[in-house]
Each structure stands twice: as C-alpha cells, then as structure tokens.
Design a protein. Structure first.
Length: 480
C-alpha cells in the first residue's frame, strides 16, 4: 500500500492483545465502527508468547514427568518414555495458531476492521498507521483505546542475545534443551518455566533478589513451592543479587552476591525474567496530550479506563498493574461500554491470580497479615489436601487451602491455595469476596463430591470450628 491514505473510524484500538481485542469486539457488538491495529499477532503476548504457549509446554512436561515418576506407583508403566522437544514445540505452535484464528474470527463477527502494522497518535483525535510495506494512513477517530501491553525489562550487562541469554519469549521457542540453565528472577515466569525445564531434565538454578521466590505472594504459597523445587533438585538462591555476567563459548558465568558472600554460578544458558514495563514510549502520548508516569510508563486512567483525555482510553498492561490477562479482558469490556455511553465501571474487591507450577498456586484477596494491617480481626484456617478424597484418588495429596476471614463478621477476606486444580476453583473464592459472602455461606454451599472444590467448603467448616474431614480438638464448646 505505497503512498499515503486517510480513513476515519469511531473507535481506534491500538494493540490486539487481551485488552485490545476484547475492547474491539465489545465496541463492535455495541454498534461502533472499529479499527484495530496490531503490530505483530492477534492475541498479543498472552496468546502468542506467554499464557497459552507456556501452559502448553508445562502440560507436556507434566505428562512426561508423571509417566516417569508417578505412573509406576499407580500401575501405569511406559517403557523408554522420551521427551521430543521438536514435536512438543510444533504442537504448542499449532495450539497458538488455532487460538489466534479464533480471535480473528471473533473480530470479524463483531464487524471489526483489522490492520497489521504500527499506529502512533499524532494528535488528540488522529493517528498515523504505518504498514509493513512502508505505506502510511492517517486515521481520524472519535475514541481511541490504547492496549499496547508491556515489554521485558533489562539489566545493564545482562541483555538478551537470543542464544546464550534469553527472555521468556525466546525460551518458549528453544530449538534444543540446554543441559543447564540459570534463571534470573524467581517470579511467576521464572518459577513456571524453571519447573518446565526441570521436569524434562535440565539442571535449573533460580536466583531471586527478594527474600522469597514469588515475591509479593502469600508466604506459605512460596514455601510450598520451594518444597517441590528442592525435591526436584532445583537450586534456589533468594536474597541474592546478580552483579556480573561473563559470556563464554561453553556457557555463561553469573557472579552473585548472596547473604553468605560473593560466588559464581555457571550454566549453559541464562534466562532473564526480571519483570516488564509498560509499552507506551512510542505511542505518541505527548502529541495527543495523554499523561503517563515518566518512570514506569503506565498511563493514568480512571475507573472507566479514561485517560486525562476523556475520549482516549488505556487498558491492560500499559495502563497499570497487575499485569494479568483476565484483568485486561475486563478493562477492555469496560472501556468499550464507556465509549458506548453505558454506565459501567472497572471495580473489584479482589483480583485472583494463579501460578501454574507444581503444586498449582492460587490466591485471591487478603492474607492474614494484610487483613490485620487494614484493621480486621483476621483469623485463618488451613485445610490439607491429605484429608480430601479426590486428592487421594488423583495421587495429588500435596497442598492445602487457607481461608482468611474477619472474626467479628465472618466475612471472607482471602483464600490462598496450593495443590492440584487450585486455579480452577479460586474463582469461587473470588466470587464469594465480591458478593460479601461469609464463611457460613461457603460452608452451606453444597459442593460436588469428589472434587477439589470441596476443599473450600471444608476449610470454611474448619474455620467455623465444625470440621467434618479433619479431627476437631475438644474445646470449651465454642468449637474453636
């Protein structure tokens, strides 16, 4: 499309990730003329280089690991089980391609026009669209939704090269498995992909600056994961700072400062996953008069996702943390409905989160410490998977569910779980918090048997002092 053209649209969406494509679909459903511009692939990082491909690789590694370790114990024997990375990578890519086509179909059904290339704001109501062939279009819009996501942060001296030093995107497309790898960053990505590599035979070492892996997560969840990592031989160094890196023909050597002193860690490869920052730098915010944080790049928004320019919205990772696809989904919908004049708000009591490790970790709401800091008379109860019938039948007794509630009102404040399928029932806990449910409400809700979701009912009964599947201590009659 050589040359320069112009077009107008009611809604311009820049970015086709979870927040962007949801905003586009919903705006289209509400009768708006929508143009979506995506720089690379529909679905954004989540679908193409994050959530979906990583979970595909994790599933493959779990199946392989289970056949080799768990299978013989329960009577499932497979001789010479192997892990074929090339076949797994092809399957992963097929899954991603199918999901990406699904997004394209949904956008088309909503009447959304899609262009591939880059869009940059040139004024409060105009943007420049640059196509891959060098052509340009001026786009005039009534409303815009900025949904450009985030990019990986780097540390000077630890820049990725796609070979010896990689980021998460590059790790998800490895052509071959290294014999050993250092993981710089013990957050969600580092732990999930570190476990994936450990399950398929890679010697893994995780280095985390903060005092625990999964910084910011409920402390017991971090400790539970540490048990598995230790059992699998994953080396974990917390409260440890990376201070230097040497790249050599045979691998890398990272110098770190530990509580015990300085030491060198060596491996064939380094995986750097130290966080992300908002991808707002090249959006033309200044030209459009849109305010953003000069340090983080996050674009300031209100509870309708409006920026300081009321007709320009920002959703997803570019707007504010937490950087979660499900948060982006909801934000995109709210922005589209606000554009259509609906009375809508992005409001929530608690944001659920899941870490797809072994054990699976899920959390929503407040920890006991956080609840007490907010003035609640918080009390917690913890129900073990070892007392859950489905856990025994599934050979998955590692784990527990912890319930935090206000002792005065019985209101549910938080639920934190480690164990099989924890992420599948955490939404029930989120719903309970959103609805202002009490512990008694959870206890009175009949849960199907045998399921892992029964752990929620059981922990509620335990909190109330009325446990059914763990022994109750004899007390003064209060049940506590």
């Amino acid at each position: 499309m050589a040359g320069t053209y112009a077009r107008t649209t009611q809604v311009l969406v820049i970015g086709g990730g979870p927040g962007g494509y949801m905003a586009a679909i919903r705006a289209g459903q509400l009768g708006k003329k929508v143009l979506l511009v995506e720089k690379r692939d529909l679905g954004g990082e989540c679908l193409n280089r994050g959530c979906i491909p990583s979970k595909a690789l994790i599933h493959a590694s779990q199946l392989y690991h289970a056949l080799r370790t768990e299978g013989p114990e329960i009577g499932v024997r497979a001789d010479a089980v192997t892990f074929d990375l090339a076949t797994t990578m092809k399957w992963k890519s097929d899954v991603v391609a199918k999901e990406r086509q699904g997004v394209a179909t949904l956008l088309k059904a909503a009447g959304v026009s899609v262009l591939f290339g880059e869009a940059r704001l040139t004024g409060p109501r105009s943007a420049d669209y640059a196509a891959a062939d060098g052509g340009h279009e001026r786009v005039d819009f009534e409303h815009a939704v900025l949904a450009t996501g985030a990019v990986h942060t780097t540390i000077p001296g630890f820049e990725t090269d796609g070979k010896q030093v990689v980021n998460a995107w590059e790790l998800l497309d490895l052509p071959a498995l290294p014999k050993s790898i250092l993981v710089l960053g013990g957050g969600v990505s580092g732990c999930e992909l570190g476990e994936f590599l450990a399950r398929v035979g890679v010697d893994v070492t995780i280095v985390e600056l903060m005092p625990q892996i999964l910084p910011g997560m409920e402390a017991d969840l971090s400790r539970e994961l540490a048990i598995t990592l230790d059992r699998w031989g994953v080396h974990v160094h917390v409260a440890t700072k990376a201070v230097g890196l040497r790249r050599e023909p045979t691998g890398v050597t990272m110098t770190v400062e530990t509580p015990e002193g300085r030491r060198d860690l060596t491996a064939e490869m380094l995986f750097v996953t130290v966080g992300k920052k908002a991808a707002s730098r090249d959006l033309g915010l200044t030209e459009a008069g849109v305010q953003s944080d000069p340090k983080t790049g996050f674009i300031a928004v209100d509870d309708q996702l409006r920026t300081n320019q009321p007709h320009i919205f920002a959703v997803g990772d570019v707007a504010r943390p937490p950087m979660l696809a499900h948060k982006s989904y909801r934000e995109g919908i709210v922005a589209a409905e606000a554009i259509a004049g609906m009375s809508t708000r992005f409001q929530f009591q608690a944001m659920p989160g899941v870490v797809f490790t072994d054990p699976e970790l899920a959390t929503v709401g407040l920890s006991k410490v956080d609840a007490e800091a907010k003035g609640f008379a918080a009390r917690e109860a913890k129900f073990p998977y070892a007392a859950l019938g489905r856990a025994h039948a599934s050979h998955a007794t590692q784990g527990w569910v912890k319930l935090v509630a206000d002792d005065a009102s019985g209101r549910v404040l938080g639920v934190h779980s480690a164990g099989e399928r924890a992420g599948e029932y955490i939404a029930e806990a989120a719903h309970a918090i959103e609805m202002g449910a009490t512990v008694r409400d959870l206890a009175l809700t009949i849960h199907p048997h045998p399921t892992f979701s029964e752990a929620l009912q059981e922990v509620a009964l335990l909190w109330l002092g009325e446990p059914m599947h763990v022994a109750r201590r004899r007390t003064d009659g209060s049940g506590r």
